[in-house]
Design a protein around this ligand. Structure first.
Ligand SMILES: Nc1ncnc2c1ncn2[C@@H]1O[C@H](COP(=O)(O)OP(=O)(O)O)[C@@H](O)[C@H]1O
Ligand SMILES: [Mg+2]
Length: 304
C-alpha cells in the first residue's frame, strides 16, 4: 500500500525540488517510488536531466517518473464523452454538443476534471505496486483542492444515479425494453465507484500526506496559513511544511547579515504559527538544482 504525498505551494518556492529530492530519498532507502508531475511546465525532467513523459519512465533504482499533461488528458477525456454520447443520442443533438465540447476542451474546468480523473486512475491502479507515490503539483489549477472533490461528488453522483434510475424506469415501462443496461447509468455508477475508491484510499487508509513548500518570507506565511485552513475545512490535514532557501549562518556581507536577521524572525513566526506541523528545512544552495545537486537536497528528507 503506497504512501501518497502531495507537494503544494506557490510558483517558484521549491515544489519540484522538494518532491524530486523526497523521491530520491525514498528510492535510496529501497522503497519503490513513483514521482508524478502535474505541472505542464514539467520541471522534473529538467531537474533529473532526462526525458520523462506520459508513460512511466525509470529514473534510477527504485525511482520512476511520470508527467501528466492536463491538456492531453483533457482531449482524451472529451473524446471519451464523444464516444459515450454516440450510443445514447441522436445525430442532430450530437452535432450541437460536439461544438460545445470543442469549446470545453480549452476551458480550465475541463483540464481540472481530466487531471483529477488521471490522478485518481494512477492512485487506484498503482497503489499496490509502489511503496510511495509523490505528486509535484502545478502552482495554478489548485491541484490540492481537487482532493476535496471525491467527498463532495460522491453524494452528487448518488443523486444523479437516483434521478437516472427513475427516468430509465419510466422509459422501460413505456418501451418494454427491460433487459438493456442503460449506458448513462453505467457511466454514472462507474464514476461513483471511482470516487468511493479514491476517497477510501486517500482518507480512510491514512495513506495521504499533504505538504506545503514556502520560503521564509512574510507574505508566504499568511498565504500558507490560508491555504492550510481551506484544506483542513475538508478534513484534509497538512502534515508537514518545507521551508526552502534558508540562508547560511555564516555571512560577512552587511546586506546579507541584515537579511539573515529578518529571516530568523520569520523562521520563529513559522514555528509559532504552525506548532503542530513537522518542519523540513532546506538551505539555499549556491547553484541551480539539477541532476548533480538534487542528491544533496535529498538528505534533508531524512525522516520524511
Ligand atoms: N534550496 C535551493 N537552493 C538554490 N536554488 C533553489 C533551491 N530550491 C529551488 N531552487 C531553484 O529555484 C527555482 C524554482 O524551484 P522549483 O523547485 O522549480 O520551484 P516550484 O516547483 O515550486 O516552481 C529552480 O530554478 C530551482 O533550481
Ligand atoms: Mg515545479
Amino acid at each position: 500500500m503506497a504512501k501518497t504525498i502531495f507537494y503544494g505551494g506557490k510558483g517558484g518556492v521549491g515544489k519540484t525540488t522538494s518532491s524530486t529530492a523526497n523521491s530520491i530519498h525514498f528510492a535510496a532507502n529501497g522503497q519503490k517510488t513513483l514521482l508524478i508531475s502535474t505541472d505542464p511546465a514539467h520541471s522534473i525532467s529538467d531537474v533529473l536531466e532526462m526525458k520523462i513523459g506520459k508513460d512511466i519512465t525509470k529514473v534510477r533504482d527504485n525511482l520512476y517518473g511520470l508527467e501528466i499533461d492536463p491538456e492531453y488528458e483533457a482531449s482524451l477525456y472529451i473524446n471519451k464523452i464523444r464516444q459515450n454520447m454516440k450510443t445514447i443520442l441522436s445525430n442532430v443533438i450530437i452535432d450541437e454538443i460536439n461544438t460545445q465540447l470543442d469549446a470545453a476542451m480549452v476551458s480550465p474546468g475541463t483540464h481540472e476534471s481530466a487531471l483529477f480523473d488521471k490522478m485518481a486512475e494512477i492512485i487506484i491502479e498503482k497503489f499496490e505496486e509502489y511503496d510511495v507515490m509523490i505528486f509535484d503539483t502545478a502552482p495554478t489549477g489548485h491541484t490540492l483542492r481537487l482532493l476535496t472533490l471525491p467527498g463532495l461528488l460522491e453524494n452528487w453522483m448518488a443523486s444523479l444515479i437516483k434521478k437516472r434510475k427513475s427516468i430509465v424506469g419510466m422509459n422501460r415501462m413505456l418501451s418494454k425494453k427491460y433487459d438493456e443496461k442503460d449506458p448513462v447509468l453505467e457511466i454514472l455508477e462507474k464514476r461513483q465507484q471511482r470516487f468511493g475508491e479514491i476517497k477510501k484510499i486517500l482518507l480512510d487508509g491514512n495513506a495521504l500526506a499533504l505538504r506545503f513548500v514556502l520560503n521564509p518570507e512574510q507574505l508566504a506565511i499568511e498565504e500558507t496559513k490560508k491555504a492550510i485552513a481551506q484544506l483542513e475545512k475538508f478534513n484534509l490535514p497538512v502534515e508537514a511544511l518545507v521551508i526552502n532557501r534558508i540562508l547560511p549562518e555564516e555571512l560577512d556581507n552587511p546586506f546579507w547579515k541584515k537579511k539573515k536577521e529578518q529571516e530568523k524572525l520569520y523562521l520563529e513566526i513559522i514555528e509559532k504559527t504552525f506548532p503542530n506541523k513537522r518542519l523540513i528545512r532546506i538551505p539555499l544552495i549556491d547553484s541551480d538544482i539539477r541532476k548533480n545537486t538534487i542528491d544533496s537536497i535529498a538528505e534533508y528528507f531524512q525522516d520524511a
